[in-house]
Write a protein that binds this ligand. Structure first.
Ligand SMILES: N[C@@H](CCC(=O)N[C@@H](CS)C(=O)NCC(=O)O)C(=O)O
Length: 285
């Protein structure tokens, strides 16, 4: 079997697939793609990559010549393969409806407006970093080229807007409610079924591991440690202790990834932390 992964180091959806690969113990040929929002010579809009994924986004997998795109599809497909570890990411003895809907809602699903679900509410919080990277790495000419070339029109428009303006703050603020509601739902769910989201480890824990990790990239991880969310605190520790967290996420942080995060935040926490914590306290009382 030949398994080739097209992915990016700092990409939430790529992280999800890499964690799934690590959980299954699958070895793969790695093809790292430089994304146009943080590399002047971005590769995801190149004719070669567009031939693999015409949407120009990562991840994509080549499984014996068959191209699979969309992180959820990829993970479901990988789960059918036999790797070194005997683990089923879609166990039949857990609530299938819940698993399905939570996986949907924690994925960056195309066509779902930003901020509608947890999976589409996390990226707006990442925008502080993306906004910074677009300004830092893209020339005006490159930003205009991305605007023209990006098959996903709203992405092209967004990246161009970020070259000129800071659009991250209002967009993140518009997602407070969804993030807070989702955390409260997760807390309640863990209280009922823990230690993993549906009792045993499954696809949804991979998505939540990556979403929570992104919160830590944007200096919002303190929200996962507050006393109002004790089950989330335990759960996050448990997720971080899995080998797949290191293999699929941490191992892909280099000087550039860490350097950009440091340059944006320094020793500071996110500007959204306090309002979010106050909102959780309000909802919990
Ligand atoms: N629905 C897709 C979303 C994929 C996606 O948006 N990937 C981002 C990185 S997380 C990307 O390729 N961004 C580059 C761009 O839009 O130019 C999935 O779940 O795989």
């Amino acid at each position: 079997m030949r398994l080739k992964l097209y992915h990016a180091k700092w990409s939430l959806c790529s992280q999800m697939v890499r964690v799934a690969m690590a959980e299954k113990g699958l070895s793969y040929e790695s093809n790292l793609i430089k994304l146009v929002d943080h590399y002047p010579k971005g590769e995801n809009l190149s004719p070669e990559y567009l031939a693999i994924n015409p949407k120009g986004i990562v991840p994509a997998v080549d499984l014996d010549g068959e191209i699979i795109t969309e992180s959820t599809n990829i993970i479901k497909r990988l789960n059918k393969l036999t790797g070194e570890n005997d683990i089923d990411l879609w166990p039949v003895d857990v609530d299938q409806v819940k698993l399905n809907s939570w996986v949907e809602d924690t994925t960056l699903t195309d066509g779902v407006p930003l901020g509608k679900t947890l999976g589409t509410a996390i990226p707006p919080f990442s925008l502080i970093l993306i906004n910074f990277m677009v300004k830092k790495y893209l020339s005006y000419f490159q930003a205009i080229k991305v605007f023209w070339k990006h098959p996903l029109r709203d992405r092209g428009r967004g990246f161009l807007a970020m070259k000129f303006f800071n659009i991250h703050k209002p967009l993140a603020a518009s997602c407070y409610k969804v993030l807070v509601r989702s955390l409260i739902d997760i807390e309640k769910n863990l209280e009922d079924s823990g230690p993993y989201f549906l009792g045993k480890f499954s696809h949804i824990d991979i998505n939540l591991m990556c979403c929570f990790h992104r919160l830590s990239d944007v200096r919002l991880d303190k929200i996962l440690e507050i006393e109002e969310l004790p089950n989330i605190k335990k759960y996050w520790e448990l997720l971080k202790s899995r080998e797949s967290y290191k293999k699929g996420i941490l191992d892909f942080y280099g000087e550039k990834e860490n350097g950009d995060i440091e340059e944006v935040f320094g020793p500071n926490v996110s500007m959204h932390l306090e309002p979010l914590i106050s909102m959780i306290r309000k909802y919990k009382t």
